[in-house]
Design a protein around this ligand. Structure first.
Ligand code: ADP
Ligand code: GLC
Length: 487
């Protein structure tokens, strides 16, 4: 099967479980594996962050990348990710060997040299997307993800053929990689890239715009989001650029890692269960209440939240509706971190309602699993949501989600069947949807039916990985640059 052996470089700035700040990490940790299972020769490209120091590296296969523009020299070193997935690490100690997160310093500020850090990553991706004449591996498709690797499309667009085709996956259009015009010279791109039909954006440079303009195809992580970004406000200023590339744009829904997120085998939870042993879920709820200091009151549903604290996630709606939610009555368990105002708001809420609201500020993978298993209802009132992973994890755990009808939430939750959906981004609409959820919770037979319907949904990666495969095949055919599956 010729297409199955296609060589794909999956370029990403994070990859679960080693480096993760959100859903991109989850996708990068699972989609390449799903593609490998389908027979693709897929390799993951990552910066050599300190978190990856323990990975086995094949020094003999290292490729030297010469300095260019303001970008230092680097080495691209073959490595193996956990589970034996092939990878390349971009070793460039001045850019990546530091404590802190992939994007932020230990104080939560953007690294000041992020333009260089991610231009270097994209340049390495493009390097592996060209035949180098040394007989080494080169990709036929460079699969770039978000602004951090989008510039690979520009590097390759200005490379002589033969070169890899580029697919850009947009996970979140709110993050665009915009930098001052003065950074342009450091990127080692031809001058013509700095134009309105290239990566210039209101006098500055935009890495994401470069990807949108130069990629052979573009996809978002849900069909609904592919529609939403063609207009303001969710185009975030790029709606014109995106609408102009409508024919190359489609939506492919994310999947979930059904091994990592499986209540029947989850090592993090108090008691494992499946759709036939749902009564055991109550033990997880009791354990979670005990862990978080919530009152042990079986007559009150427990609401869960696991989220980045940003405007996107609509958590201010939860704060605005909090008194009504708690009066339902209900308890609330929250895990997240981000904007200080939201962190403070949730801390205050917990202080005002001891035993009824528990808030953990931080990033804790194991607790995220315990909330999915222990909560009755999961809240995700996002203002926008390109796909969203937690509403899918929740359904798999029989924890029915209450979501706003946007992006991937609209595409994955069926109102009244596997969860509860509301439209307006207002506290009243959230409270009304939650009231419907609690009514249903009070009817055990109905609740079980819904839990089983949610748990029976197939959110695995196989189908979506096949769609990506079809899209790769389409863009590597010389005559075509359209989309394999339309929104
Ligand atoms: P986004 O990528 O926009 O943050 P997603 O729903 O796609 O949203 O993915 C978020 C991922 O990050 C999920 O796996 C979620 O469980 C995880 N996550 C978010 N915040 C935390 C946290 N504070 N602790 C642990 N996991 C978290
Ligand atoms: C982004 C989006 C989220 C999506 C994730 C993975 O972080 O905010 O909705 O699920 O990427 O694609």
């Amino acid at each position: 099967m010729a297409e199955a052996a296609l060589r794909v470089l999956f370029a990403t700035s994070e990859c679960a479980p080693l480096v993760k700040t959100g859903g991109l990490g989850d996708v990068a940790g699972a989609l390449p594996r799903a593609l490998a299972r389908l027979g693709y020769d897929v390799r993951v490209l990552l910066p050599a962050y300190p978190a990856l120091d323990g990975l086995g590296r094949e020094e003999a296969g290292a490729i030297e990348l010469a300095p260019a523009g303001g970008l230092p020299g680097a080495r691209i070193v073959p490595a193996r990710l956990p589970g034996d997935l092939a990878a390349y690490l971009v070793e460039c100690p001045p850019l990546y060997a530091r404590a802190g997160g992939p994007y932020l310093d230990p104080d939560g500020r953007d690294w000041p040299d992020n333009a260089l850090r991610f231009a270097q990553l994209a340049r390495a991706a493009a390097w592996l997307g060209r035949e180098r004449g040394d007989g080494g591996w080169s990709a036929q498709v460079v699969h770039a993800n978000d602004w951090q690797t989008a510039l690979a499309a520009a590097y390759l667009a200005f490379s002589p053929a033969p070169r890899a085709a580029v697919l850009l996956t947009v996970h979140n259009l709110a993050f665009q990689g915009i930098f001052p015009a003065e950074c342009f010279d450091a990127l080692a791109l031809p001058r013509e890239a700095f134009s309105i039909s290239g990566m210039e954006y209101h006098g500055r440079i935009s890495f994401l715009k470069a990807g949108l303009v130069y990629a052979d195809a573009i996809n978002t992580v849900s069909p609904t989001y592919a529609q939403e970004i063609q207009r303001a406000p969710l185009g975030f200023g790029l709606e014109g650029v995106i609408a102009a590339r409508r024919d190359a744009l489609c939506g492919i829904l994310n999947g979930i890692d059904t091994e990592l997120w499986n209540p029947a085998t989850d090592p993090f939870i108090a008691r494992r269960y499946d759709a036939d042993t749902l009564a055991a879920k109550a033990e997880n709820r009791a354990a979670l209440r005990a862990e978080l200091g919530l009152a042990d009151d079986a007559g009150v549903p427990l609401l869960g939240i696991v989220s980045r604290f940003t405007e996107q996630k609509g958590l201010d709606l939860v704060l605005a509706a909090a008194e009504r939610l708690l009066d339902a009555p209900a308890q609330l368990a929250v895990l997240g971190s981000g904007e200080p105002a939201l962190e403070d708001g949730f801390r205050r809420l917990a202080a005002a309602h001891p035993g009824r609201v528990a808030v953990v500020v931080g990033f804790d993978e194991a607790l995220a699993h315990r909330i999915e298993a222990g909560a009755d209802i999961f809240l995700m009132p996002s203002r926008f949501e390109p796909c969203g992973m937690n509403q899918m994890y929740s359904q798999r755990y029989g924890t029915l989600p209450v979501v706003r009808a946007t992006g991937g939430l609209a595409d994955t939750v069926e109102d009244g069947v596997t969860g509860f959906v509301f439209r307006e981004p207002h506290a009243e609409a959230l409270a009304a949807a939650l009231a419907r959820a609690i009514d249903a919770w009070r009817d055990p037979a109905r609740w079980r039916r819904m839990q089983r319907a949610a748990m029976a949904r197939d959110f695995g990666w196989t189908q979506s990985a096949r769609r990506y495969g079809a899209l790769y095949a389409q863009i590597t055919r010389p005559i075509s640059s359209g989309c394999a599956s339309s929104a």
